[in-house]
Design a binder for this molecule. Sequence first.
Ligand code: IMP
Length: 427
Amino acid sequence: MANRIIIGAQWGDEGKAKIVDYLTEHSDIVVRFQGGANAGHTVIVKGTKFIFHLIPAGIMHPGKECVIGNGVVLDPAQFLKELKEISDKGLDYAGRVFLSDRATIVMPYHIALDQLREKMRGNSKIGTTGRGIGPAYMDKVGRWGIRVGDLLSVHALSEKVTMNLEEKNALITKVFGEKPFNAEKLIADYLAFGEQLKPYITDTSVFLAKAAQNGKNLLFEGAQGTMLDVDHGTYPFVTSSNTIAGSACCGSGIGPTHIHSVIGITKAYTTRVGNGPFPTELTDEMGERIRNVGGEYGATTGRPRRCGWFDAVQMKKAHQLNGFTSLAITKLDVLDSFPKMRICTSYTLNGETIDTFPGNIDECAAVTPVYEEMDGWNCSTSAAREFSDLPEKAQRYLERLSQLVGVPMSLVSVGPERDQTIVNSDF
Ligand code: IMP
């Protein structure tokens, strides 16, 4: 039995879905445990592109089961849309999707408030995906939340929608000057969603505990990335959930002793979408080149991603927070044509050298990266299937990243297709 957690080690978009897709072959159940439709997980199989926002990417594998845990904030319309897209593409998901009765519902007023609050922030916008994630988590923690199980009860849903709208409508009309939501319509719409979601709803924490007892292999699929963690990331420029490995237990209801390994996914360089500090960001033509070669545009919003060099200081912080047992390094092929590569090994701050990621947001924004330079390999890596197939300079580059972070490599991805993956034989 091997229960694994997959975590984005940077600011999200590290190529987790491809690695999850790959590891699903060796798993029985894939579990989402935090975030919502802000995530965009892209998998390419035989040239066909699949983008998942809520359903675990493991659904692509016949016979594998997928769980959306209690820690997720769920937009029912998006969930049903994805199920339809999956069946339109000829995949059969019957009996394989399980939705926690305790997951929090993203309501239309959350989406409205997310967008209105962003507008109100003016120049200090977070750059959210506008999917209602922050306001939905605010209600969960504030104990105003509507949960998946509530959609099955006329009484519970009516009471909660009415109570919520008393506050939300006052805010939306009086503070933001927008139109109020109609309680009766929302109650009717969300009861109808409840009927459609009913076949999938269960106590997923009990389901997972039984699966673990029966020796099933569980794969926990993190969304976003470590530096977007609401506690440990570049606050306030973060998402509203805990994105680090510890969250897999809270967000699925499984005990930490069931977990055997934590795989950190990192690109061979760094990207970020949305606002906030990014020490190794390249705002010159080099950054533009990484963006173009790497196709660095958001899967959820289409926004261009900010691009920069690999940051070993940030990655060491990610290892400290997640306790990685191995690293999966993605998009190595994007660097194939670069004559020189840079790796950030420390920062300078106020004239001093530091090798830790600052907790203070102003200090994060003020650091200057210190780089070491390595030669590029100037040839295609996309056909490599063994580590030894890689040009020696690419091998040295990967080994240096792993050495600086202090974590061994288990996987290297050299292209978007499933088979463009190098697996360390010790893994
Ligand atoms: P929110 O999660 O929509 O509230 O957005 C908060 C921050 O997290 C913004 O900077 C988003 O761009 C970022 N973010 C949210 N989801 C993802 C993701 O899946 N990948 C990368 N960044 C994300």
